[in-house]
Design a protein around this ligand. Sequence first.
Ligand code: 13P
Length: 250
Amino acid sequence: MRKLIVGNWKMNGLRQSADALVRGILDGLPVGADVGVALCPPATLLASVADMVRESPVEVGGQDCHPEASGAHTGDIAAPMLADAGARYVIVGHSERRSDHGESDALVRAKAEAALASGLRPIVCIGETAEQRRAGEALAVIKHQLAGSLPAFAQADALVVAYEPVWAIGTGDTATPADVEEVHALIRTALRSAAGDAGSQVPILYGGSVKPANAGELLGTAEVDGALVGGASLKAEDFLGIITAAAALN
Ligand code: 13P
């Protein structure tokens, strides 16, 4: 499967810095690399980033969407609005949204279904906390989150899953390749049993302190189809280093 590298800018980026970052990424993209690349800027920058990448292979995504298509929900953003601004993807169920905003698996599933209904590819995030891993509950937690968060499988070909162990996000700690392999294998089995052959085609991304120095090893691990990158996606050089590592595996 073609690797997919997604940059999650989180709550970072003003117009000037975003312009420079996108220009840097576009200028340094390895020529002819068969790697999917998407940028998920904050909503304020989505349309302008989409304009900047229009003639390039780079796509854009939102960081969250509301489960409804429109209505009285001050401050929220609906999936059709993201699509209208030029998005192709939307991250749903990121651990920061689950913890900052108390998002449940059922809400994440509703958001993923709203994304699919608007023609967006939802990137459904799951991952255990340090406490859960220490208690030996990581696999059970992942299974439970998958069962509750994944949308109905009519459109499995549009789905993306991201495994992001909460303790690896923004900490510099990454899961070992053996741990990543174990969790990704479990996710693949769950996808196959829910969606049959289509479940084999769903990209499973790893996220959590991915950087150029560890990208080759993580992306070379079985069933790792790409990366969801936070901090290292805010520096063109680092993000390009991860894309280059992915391209080298083809
Ligand atoms: P870091 O790459 O900064 O650890 O963030 C990972 C992440 O949360 C991407 O969604």
